[in-house]
Design a protein around this ligand. Structure first.
Ligand code: HEM
Length: 422
């Protein structure tokens, strides 16, 4: 089996590759180039995600490409313990219970805790775009929104946003990208800087005796000085996990949602005023174009799946995109169809023990930004020079850029509408 995730073909339209794999009849196989087992199809992907014992998370954050000795030496400076996405039971069960306690993970709780701050950030961006004629929806909307929101949520100052963006981009490229040796070294330095930032944030709050605002403060209050509940390195590693997982994903998903909305003006109109449509548009975006479309597991024993035996100690890439385009679950999978019946079956946020803890926050962010932007810029359209291309990466698919025109279509009354009442 072959994925070729760094090719131009894949970076323009990964769905064509998913279709090829799904039609080939071979859904589990070894990719000689990537040196990874590929697992495709809705049944197979869900089976693996439901089995954290035989499919471990321990190597989800290890670089997929061989690391050069120089980059490896730098990376040795990261002594973060495994928490959340890189932990297995029993460690994972303890951390997950803690996250359930401190992290609002239902729509209602997310809205109560973060609704105001998310709306404020969305309106601030809409205000800043008020006089623009042209805009890059990636840099000026998706990133500019999702990164400050996660900093607000964690209770971290916005001053470090540019550094954090650079470090998390570096980490993403190092783990799931295809960097050159030189880029690998820079990415390793950036990843170490990110880890040092997270440990510094935690150490500083402990040193001042003030747990402080946001989720970082909630983690420290939950810890209550007890290492058995949560050690300080674990707290720092959770900050790293949440920073790493919390903004590129949402920014990427927002890019996909905007693209699918702007190709048809009637979709854009409905996003402004139709709450039900907005929710289904978001779910169909997550199904059709899952921003995390490949995710890693490590076998702990020989496992036979779909008739193929994968040896113990193998790294596997779960092709979430193929699960979401499996015609056995989603009829006519290559059509963008928000009214489809089985939307809840998509695996864009994973499934089972590691199901995304930030799903409710991400949905809140997407719904808020889409509503505010569609109300305030009803004339927004993709620019004539827009060509879809993603940053090369085998896990996350974020658009490189998305030029759009506002068409002077500002709505003079939208600003005074109640924020979340439709
Ligand atoms: C559209 C946006 C997002 C997508 C598509 C997404 C996707 C995912 C996926 C596929 C997983 C499962 C990983 C696995 O099975 O190993 C996951 C886990 C996780 N996500 Fe998200 N995510 C998004 C937003 C967020 C946000 C906003 C946060 C936090 C602020 C977050 C934090 C996490 C964490 C901590 C985990 C690990 C949970 C665990 O291992 O128990 N994610 N996410």
């Amino acid at each position: 089996m072959r994925l070729d995730p760094f090719s131009d073909t894949y970076n323009r339209n990964p769905a064509a590759t998913w279709k090829r794999i799904l039609n080939s009849g071979q859904l589990v196989g070894y990719d000689l180039d990537l040196k990874l087992w590929l697992i495709a199809g809705h049944d197979n992907v869900r089976t693996v995600l439901s089995d954290p014992v035989r499919f471990s998370n321990a190597a989800t954050l290890f670089p997929v490409r061989p690391v050069s000795p120089a980059a490896g030496a730098v990376l040795a400076g990261i002594d973060a313990p495994n928490v959340a996405v890189s932990a297995d039971a029993p460690q994972h069960s303890r951390i997950r219970a803690l996250l359930r306690h401190v992290f609002p993970n239902t729509a209602t709780r997310a809205e109560q805790q973060w609704g105001d701050l998310v709306t404020r950030r969305a309106e601030q961006i809409a205000d800043e775009l008020a006089d623009a004629d042209a805009v890059d929806l990636v840099d000026e909307v998706a990133v500019r929104f999702a990164l400050p929101v996660i900093l607000d949520v964690l209770g971290l100052p916005a001053d470090n946003a540019a550094d954090i963006r650079g470090w998390t981009d570096a980490f993403k490229d190092l783990v799931w990208g295809d960097p050159t040796d030189g880029a690998q070294l820079d990415a390793a330095r950036g990843s170490v800087a990110l880890w040092h930032y997270c440990t510094h944030v935690v150490d500083q709050r402990v040193a001042t005796g003030d747990d402080g605002p946001g989720l970082v403060g909630d983690l420290l209050r939950y810890r209550a000085g007890d290492d058995a509940r949560l050690s300080l390195p674990e707290a720092a590693a959770l900050v790293l996990n949440l920073l790493g997982a919390g903004w590129e994903t949402t920014a990427g998903a927002l890019g996909h949602a905007l693209e699918h909305a702007l190709v048809q003006p009637e979709r854009w109109d409905r996003l402004a005023h139709d709450e039900h449509y907005r929710a289904t548009h978001i779910e169909e975006t997550l199904r059709y174009a899952p921003v995390v479309d490949g995710w890693l597991r490590l076998t702990t024993t020989d496992v036979t799946i779909d008739g193929v035996t994968i040896p113990a100690g193998s790294r596997c890439l779960l092709l979430l995109g193929t699960a979401n385009h499996d015609p056995d679950v989603f009829p006519d999978p290559d059509a963008f169809h928000p009214a489809r019946a089985d939307l809840s079956q998509h695996v864009a946020f994973g499934y089972g023990a590691h199901y995304c803890i930030g799903a409710a926050l991400a949905r809140l962010e997407l719904a808020t930004m889409l509503r505010v932007l569609a109300q305030r810029l009803p004339g927004l359209r993709l620019g004539p020079d827009y060509v879809r291309r993603f940053v090369p990466n085998m896990s996350l698919h974020n658009h490189t850029a998305m030029p759009a025109l506002t068409n002077g279509g500002r709505c003079p009354i939208a600003r005074s509408e109640p924020a979340r009442t439709q």
